[in-house]
Design a protein around this ligand. Structure first.
Ligand SMILES: [Zn+2]
Length: 135
């Protein structure tokens, strides 16, 4: 994962590129052609470095946004979960809407819906555990 140092490297590369560009602009064509080409190569290199660092920072921000979104979703799910009997459930308009596996939720933070097997209880297709319906 990229740290804030990458932004500093990118800014430094951009600053170097700007200084070289200014020097080339102000050179009044007094530079030898070889020196001009060398400075131009430095300019291109600095811009390429800055581009790479900024791309890495952009990638890092996208990853952090994904993590934040996942954490928000997990928090929303957690707030809705109610423990009763041997399972978790979520209510919708005062009625039990969905029933979730406690093994999958407690151990892996996965909200896995349980299959209703009538009087035999609930069954989880993910972890293959069964749960009584008694309260
Ligand atoms: Zn399960």
């Amino acid at each position: 994962m990229v740290d804030l140092g990458s932004i500093g490297v990118a800014l430094s590369s951009i600053k170097t590129a700007g200084e070289i560009a200014k020097m080339l602009k102000d050179s009044d064509l007094s530079l030898e052609q070889a020196e001009f080409k060398f400075k131009l190569a430095e300019l291109v290199s600095s811009l390429a470095d800055a581009k790479m660092e900024i791309a890495a920072v952009q990638e890092s921000i996208v990853e952090k946004d994904r993590i934040i979104r996942d954490l928000k979703n997990a928090n929303e799910t957690h707030k809705k979960m109610v423990w009763q009997g041997s399972v978790y459930y979520q209510e919708s308009e005062g009625e039990v809407d969905e029933v979730f596996c406690p093994q999958c939720y407690d151990n892996h933070q996965k909200a896995i819906r349980l299959q209703n097997h009538g009087s035999m209880g609930w069954y989880c297709k993910t972890c293959s555990n069964g749960f009584d319906k008694g309260k």
